[in-house]
Design a protein around this ligand. Structure first.
Ligand SMILES: [Zn+2]
Length: 136
């Protein structure tokens, strides 16, 4: 039995050789699949979504087109990173709502935090050195 398991393990490794494997996006898809399978007990419409997520996750893992899978992973990480950043900024805006104001730089889209209650002020963007005048 132990030998058989060992041989099976070796065969699996040989089969996975040169294939992409598991990453953050595959993990996310697996979680989506599990959640959808569970929820499909109540909402049958979610079952096909679960299957698609599961098949997509497996397809990515067994894929030999590693370059393309890495690009998908990068896009996914960038997207979730932006989402996290945006969430964090909103949290900070809420925390500072009584003491500071937030403005978006019109030229470089960077967020600028300025103290509240200073009247009309000229704000210089620290990134692009662009200027904007706002009432705080
Ligand atoms: Zn700027």
């Amino acid at each position: 039995m132990k030998r058989w398991l060992q041989r099976l393990g070796e065969k699996m490794r040989a089969w996975m050789y040169g294939r992409y494997g598991y990453d953050e996006l595959s993990k996310f898809l697996s979680i989506i699949a599990l959640v959808c399978i569970f929820l499909s007990l109540f909402v049958p419409l979610l079952y096909p979504i679960a299957l698609i997520a599961l098949i997509w996750s497996m397809f990515r893992g067994f894929s030999r087109n590693i370059e393309k899978r890495q690009k998908e992973r990068e896009a996914y990480l960038k997207f979730t990173g932006n989402l996290k950043q945006s969430f964090k900024r909103r949290k900070n805006m809420w925390r500072d709502r009584k003491t500071h104001r937030y403005y978006k730089c019109p030229s470089c889209k960077n967020w600028l935090r300025v103290p509240k209650g200073k009247g009309q002020i000229e704000i210089t963007c620290p990134v692009c050195k662009g200027k904007l005048t706002r009432k705080t």
